[in-house]
Design a protein around this ligand. Structure first.
Ligand code: SF4
Length: 83
């Protein structure tokens, strides 16, 4: 079984995971999406996929696009320091 078949968001409105901004009332939408991710049995696989995929819009693995970008940046910084 593919991890996506176990996703908690399969039973949710897909629009919930694609906020149109990251401010104002949309923050509540992001919180609601993250709450679904928070009880998702495949959150780690989802986040790993989104991190590998790169610039993917929306909330995946409990993180917004901006948060994943920051994570990638942090990982890159740690990698460059280790070299
Ligand atoms: S972590 Fe969130 S976006 Fe990813 S599969 Fe689970 S519910 Fe869906």
């Amino acid at each position: 079984m593919h991890w996506r078949e176990r996703a908690a968001c399969l039973r949710e409105d897909p629009d919930l995971f694609f906020p149109i901004s990251v401010s104002g009332p949309t923050l509540r939408q992001i919180d609601r999406a993250k709450a679904v991710c928070g009880r998702c049995p495949v959150v780690e696989q989802c986040l790993a996929w989104a991190m590998r995929a790169g610039n993917v819009e929306g909330v995946w693995g409990g993180r917004t696009e901006a948060e994943r970008r920051a994570m990638r940046h942090g990982t890159a910084l740690q990698t460059s320091r280790a070299e």
